[in-house]
Design a binder for this molecule. Sequence first.
Ligand SMILES: *[C@@H]1O[C@H](CO)[C@@H](O)[C@H](O)[C@H]1NC(C)=O
Ligand SMILES: *[C@@H]1O[C@H](CO)[C@@H](O)[C@H](O)[C@H]1NC(C)=O
Ligand SMILES: *[C@@H]1O[C@H](CO)[C@@H](O)[C@H](O)[C@H]1NC(C)=O
Ligand SMILES: *[C@@H]1O[C@H](CO)[C@@H](O)[C@H](O)[C@H]1NC(C)=O
Ligand SMILES: *[C@@H]1O[C@H](CO)[C@@H](O)[C@H](O)[C@H]1NC(C)=O
Length: 865
Amino acid sequence: MLCLYRLLLSLLLLLGLVSEKVLASVLAIDYGTEWIKASLMKPGVPFDVLLNKDSKRKIQASVGWKRNDRLFGSDALSIAARFPTDSFSSLKYLQGVPFESDITSYYTTISTADVVKTARGTAALQRSDGTEWSVEELIAMQFAYVKELAEAVAGEKVQDVIVTVPPFYTQFEKDAVVDAIEIAGLRTIALINDGTAAAVNYAMTRTFPTPEHHVVFDAGASSIRATVIAFATGASDLKTSTSKDSNQITVLGVGYDRLTGGTELNRRLRDILVADFQAKHKRDITGDKRGMAKLWKEAERVKTILSANAEASSTIESVAFDIDFRSKVTRAAFEEACSDLSQRFTAPIHEALARSGLTLNNVSSIIMTGGSSRVPMIQNAVKAAFGEDKLAWNVNADEATVLGAALHGASLSRQFKTKDIRVTDIGPFDVQISYLAEAKSQPAKPRTIHTSVFPANSKTGTRKTLTFKRKDDLSLKVEYKQTPFPGFPRELLEIDITGVSEAIANLTEMGAVEPVVKVTAALSESGFVSIPEAVAYGEIKDDSLTGKLKGLFGGGSASEQVPLNAEGSESADAFEQAGTASASSASATPSEKKAAPTGPQTIALTVKTRWPTLGPLSGSDKRKARDRLAEVEYEEKAKQRKEEARNMLESYLYRIRDLMEDTSNTESPFVKCSKNSERKAIEQKLRESFEWMHDKADEAETSQLVAKRTELEALERPIVHRYKEIEEFPRALNNSQMWNWSTRLFLTEAKQNLTAEEQGGAISKYLKEELDELETTLKDHESWLNVMVEKQKAVKMNEDPAVESSELRARAKKLEDHLHRLVRRKVPLRTKKTSSSAGTSETTSAMASSADGTPLPSDSGHDEL
Ligand SMILES: *[C@@H]1O[C@H](CO)[C@@H](O)[C@H](O)[C@H]1NC(C)=O
Ligand SMILES: *[C@@H]1O[C@H](CO)[C@@H](O)[C@H](O)[C@H]1NC(C)=O
Ligand SMILES: *[C@@H]1O[C@H](CO)[C@@H](O)[C@H](O)[C@H]1NC(C)=O
Ligand SMILES: *[C@@H]1O[C@H](CO)[C@@H](O)[C@H](O)[C@H]1NC(C)=O
Ligand SMILES: *[C@@H]1O[C@H](CO)[C@@H](O)[C@H](O)[C@H]1NC(C)=O
């Protein structure tokens, strides 16, 4: 018992330890179309944005290959013009998106990469060597890259991550984010909408004594999002346990345009350049990937120039077909090409306000965030539509989102004391459940019933219960009411609920009246819809007098189970069917009801979830992806090791060559300490090694590179050893002589004392036997030393030494130890019997102790204490 308890305790401790370690730091990633920003929350590490290897606060969201070298960040982006199908940027567009969708088509107009279809019907990118990488894998590589940066700062493994997503992300896209996180070896604590994250950042340093409404306007590279948010401090009206100074953030509505942002402006400019090129040179450049990549880069530059100048000139040498392209774009022409956009820049704000049931007057400010919020064209459109004084520039447009996400992640992990900020978000899409009505009459085709379960603007982090009057297994479909974006599927989940008939029969047996099936639907904090459970449910009447009295006073219980939604008409299936379903079970069997339960009873049903369209990656797909990434990383590490081995071999060969070239210098220790034959052997090996380096090193394994060095080192080592010994020997000899001398000095004095004490009848500190013993050790040492010194004198410099300095030192140490044993003694040993057998003399001394108070080694004290 005790043992088991201990085991349990230690197990718990172990778990505690593990989870503490795991929770110790939280990584936040704001994965954008153009930039990645990350932040690490770790106790003891200043809370800030994570810097990349070049100390930049943001990392280009790109990955690519320059032949076999994988590149990240700006390195990966900058190779696009040379390797247009090996540089992958703006991947956020394609995350979890069906291959046959407007977004994928759009992507092919902004990127030179080759997009192909995966077996799942999503997008993958094909490198010039033919290998395909799914979008999830490419994004996972970037997450893993960020993970490594974070781990370098944290000084430990980082696992937990919170990632920002646009509020319009469908479940398909969110699944893809979570899959990429997992493939990268990280664990999702939550996904947070980017506008909400910016609001958390906004609320970090503020209080709202009276509730305020703001719009977070987030203009990114790919899309524009607006989020209407209510801020309140204290929130005393809520029944939650919020403290007085906690901030409450409530999302009321969102609006968005998925394909309008900085990238679209770039695309328009690029198309002006394309048209100009076609007009001037009468050649179609659109099929030339390198040319298109160069024009894309140029458009980016021109866009920046036009934000401050009325016109911009371009010169691109050899853009395509060996043509040097010169062009001039005016701001007027650019604005003309974007004239339809200004309305699209501001529409998300109108939409968000409308969805939250507010007007501009209800809103204190429009908080401007996102990299593209600085683009004059976008800024001006917002100013024109909502008035300049509504615009607020009071958060860091680049970093508010990631810092807010980090704070939220930290508060979720409960590891940190952070400002208490409660977040209530919403799902922007209508989610409904569809199922077949139970056939009332024989052959008629059953009707499909749709029930709204989470209408648009439903709060996240909530559950709803649906009640079905069924006696048999049923299947449900969870789906978006409308197609969320052209080309996207509507269906999310297919749910099979089984075991119904048995469970209902059992409940009926137990006396339940009209048992039903209750299905729980959940909308998680991160906005995922799922069906976590289903039960058969029945109320068993209490037939006793008290039970009957209760019933009399209207204690009916079924009414507590509120139907799930406001639109009662749609959810009416349960009630529609009520008449037909239940008459049979009305009378319960009264006989064997001794201890029969009463009140509400539930029996769990089996719930199986399938993904009819785009689901999360399967376990085996994720494992495969992880293995692929691990292989790439392994190869990179191996390559790095090989590179190092090669460099080491190379510099070693040059060093030896320099030594060999110095052989004319007879003063060089290398020459003095080597034999002719040895130098010949080295020379031979060196020549071989250089040849091998030249011919074979490119294909060589790391182990071969190491072996080459080892072989040569084996030839050099004895020579090096000799001149080290030549330096070392005099020092070691001096050491030996010093102990020789000190021992002799000690013996002389101790013997004199002994004689004097014997004569005076005093107690001696040392026994005669002890001193004789030391004398023997000394003599042994001396004679050995004399022999060795003689031998060593005869050894030439280029011969191996007769005795190693290490042995000299070891022998001296023996003498030293022996001497010390006696010298350290403070108090005389009083002997009971003067045994002559040295080493076994019994003592009754006071506890001998050394100078520093620690007990002496046992061989000096023989203490019996
Ligand atoms: C919004 O403003 C209107 C009038 O401009 C007002 O009637 C309404 O109460 C306001 N709503 C909120 C939530 O402040
Ligand atoms: C129904 O009752 C039978 C008999 O008591 C039992 O074996 C079975 O497990 C029950 N089934 C469920 C689903 O509760
Ligand atoms: C031997 O050691 C002593 C003391 O450290 C030093 O004074 C003396 O110069 C040394 N002699 C040689 C030959 O190294
Ligand atoms: C050791 O000391 C003895 C006596 O002092 C001396 O005769 C002898 O030469 C010394 N031996 C060496 C190797 O220094
Ligand atoms: C010899 O005796 C003197 C005087 O008592 C003492 O200081 C010294 O340490 C003794 N020497 C040895 C080697 O015991």
